[in-house]
Write a protein that binds this ligand. Structure first.
Ligand SMILES: Nc1ncnc2c1ncn2[C@@H]1O[C@H](COP(=O)(O)OP(=O)(O)OP(=O)(O)O)[C@@H](O)[C@H]1O
Ligand SMILES: [Mg+2]
Length: 262
């Protein structure tokens, strides 16, 4: 396994010997991983590589068969409120009766004691999150009446309104047009500048190379993890995707692709 020496920076997420299985089939095998705090990290790998499983394990939604997980130096049990999640679009129940505004407000609920009603501060945070994703005008629209890209942005607003130091996003650009993608990538960079850490499952290897400072290449095991510049190379990509995949600068800048020459 090609592995970069870990940067001295504090880790936002640390996994040690983590194995996760569905029944007796492992989806993640013996994962050791440290993601630096304050990084914009991409998680890449083929379909079925365990990317979503890794995100859900970091969130405590799936229990590993073995291993330890820490968020900002503390066990998962103490990580409440530290991680906000944007799920993969296909895994959401879009018939859930909520408006865009409800969704943004939902993100603030975790910081409220159970007895306290939603107040001005929560409403302000929800509105700010909607502004960040340019959805203020659609606040009253039910989420099942949104376009795919608007749905993604509504879930992003829910995550932003949580004010969590770590944002975990599972394929946030699915169904998003190019200009919205650029706006959201700008938003990610601003969030990082403000000290947040972001971990993003993302398929476009060219964007990963241009914008993400840390990369994790996953295929059940961690094939490589480290600064993108030295990690996202042909050799590691082949080890992750198989021999027919790679980065070819002559190809259109979209997604991992068949390495056959044009
Ligand atoms: N609930 C489940 N029950 C059983 N097997 C599952 C379950 N969820 C995922 N798997 C299996 O675990 C493996 C990893 O799935 P996972 O969803 O983590 O992959 P992924 O890398 O996110 O893929 P994709 O790019 O398609 O989203 C796959 O082989 C998948 O079929
Ligand atoms: Mg997935």
């Amino acid at each position: 396994m090609a592995k970069e020496p870990l940067p001295p920076a504090e880790a936002v997420v640390r996994l040690e010997d983590v194995t996760v299985a569905y029944g007796d089939r492992p989806a993640l095998w013996d994962v050791d991983l440290e993601i630096p705090k304050g990084s914009l990290t991409a998680v890449v790998g083929p379909n079925g590589a365990g990317k979503t499983t890794l995100m859900k394990t970091m969130l405590g939604l799936l229990k590993p068969a073995t291993g330890r997980i820490e968020i900002l130096g503390e066990s998962l049990a103490h990580s409440k409120g530290k991680v906000a999640f944007v799920p993969q679009r296909s895994s959401v129940d879009w018939d859930y009766p909520a408006t865009v505004g409800d969704l943004a407000l939902m993100g603030t609920h975790g910081s409220l004691p159970w007895w306290k009603p939603v107040g001005k501060e929560e409403k302000r945070r929800a509105r700010e999150a909607l502004e960040m994703v340019d959805l203020v005008g659609l606040a009253d629209r039910p989420i099942n009446q949104l376009s795919g890209g608007q749905q993604q942005r509504a879930f992003l607003a829910r995550a932003l309104s949580q004010d969590a130091p770590l944002l975990v996003l599972d394929e946030p650009f699915q169904g998003i047009d190019a200009s919205t993608e650029r706006a959201i990538l700008d938003l990610f960079r601003n969030l990082r500048r403000m000290g947040r850490s972001l971990i993003v499952v993302h398929h476009d290897l060219h964007t990963v190379r241009d914008l993400f400072d840390f990369s994790v290449l996953l295929n059940v095991r961690v094939v490589a993890a480290g600064p993108t510049e030295s990690t996202l190379n042909e050799e590691n990509l082949r080890a992750t995707y198989g021999p027919r995949l790679g980065l070819d600068p002559r190809r259109a800048p979209h997604g991992p692709y068949d390495g056959a020459r044009p």
